[in-house]
Write a protein that binds this ligand. Sequence first.
Ligand code: PLP
Length: 390
Amino acid sequence: MIAKDLDFIPYALPLIGEEEIAEVVDSLRSGWITTGPKVKRFEEAFGAFVGSPHSVAVNSCTAGLHLSLLAAGIKPGDEVITTPLTFCATVNTILHVGATPVLADVDPVSLNLSVAEVARHITPRTRAVVPVHYAGNPCDMAAFRELADAHGLVLIEDAAHAIGTYHRGRHAGTFGDFASFSFYATKNLTTAEGGMIACRSEEAAERLRVLALHGMDKDAFKRYTAAGSWFYQVVAPGYKYNMTDLAAGLGLAQLARFEAMQAVRFSHVARYQEAFGAAPFDLPPAPIAEGDAHSWHLYLLRLRENELAIDRDAFAEALKERGIGISVHFIPIHLHPFYQQHLGFREGDHPVAEANYRRMISLPLYPKMTPEQVDRVVETVLDVARHHGR
Ligand SMILES: *Cc1c(COP(=O)(O)O)cnc(C)c1O
């Protein structure tokens, strides 16, 4: 096939330049390889970028979600409402604190957790809501804030896709009581593995720091500097969730080039939008409200099933055969066997999420992609569609 002599375009690749490499080498030479001065600097720089009063660096967004739920006091018997269109970590962390995940369907236009559906699922046991800024498209956080305040619920933003997402002029992660960002290799800003919790209360931030490092009342940085002391006390059975200085160094270099990386993403998105506007696809949901901005973490096309004689699985296979890496975000939570067996979730529970899942494909989108690669994705997608029209 043609694909044989063409280079494969991977679904995702990080953009690691000399600055990132120099930061890591600098940490290696300094002796501070784990949590130290660069983690502090990265917390401050990222917090300033987002506009969050307190920032706590951790080793993943998953760890950040887990600690946020713990710091919020979520416990066994509590119900936490979230979306079926998310990564499993959103739901697993609710289970890790012993609480019960409750899914509410997504909004058919934005594909974000529907505020009305959440309201319908509130019971006397509901304690928290975890909206996900799906693909980087902002949730209606003003509405979620109002709903949470009206019912005394904790609001935790899964901001894994939302570095560069804005709602009403404010960065995502500043509406919730807590928010957790991801710096996983495929995310808009990477530290290889890493996460950042944004939170509003100083007391909560202190609790998060203690829980992120074994439940000790002093962190290693303070213990091993000249100003520090050997003495510490364990005040909670904490976790080992701290970020390393190696990772924070990567984060500092990535943050310095973040706007430039986003600009490349946006130009790739513009090419996709122009190319697919007249094709048999629904374009990705995008913000329409004043002051809202999409981070374009994902670019998802949805096949128009009545205009195409090919289903999503075959379409994805055809792209792969022609050297285009794709992904699907996400297999709805309630279709996974574990949650079906242990939480009683069933196919059919959330028809909007399911109907969209059935026909969606995420195309490659990252700043390391060249315009020529974007063109090849466009031509290949259009060609497959042309060969399978109705
Ligand atoms: C990537 C992702 C996470 C987990 O991020 P990690 O940093 O890998 O733990 C959580 N939620 C969503 C929606 C994600 O896409």
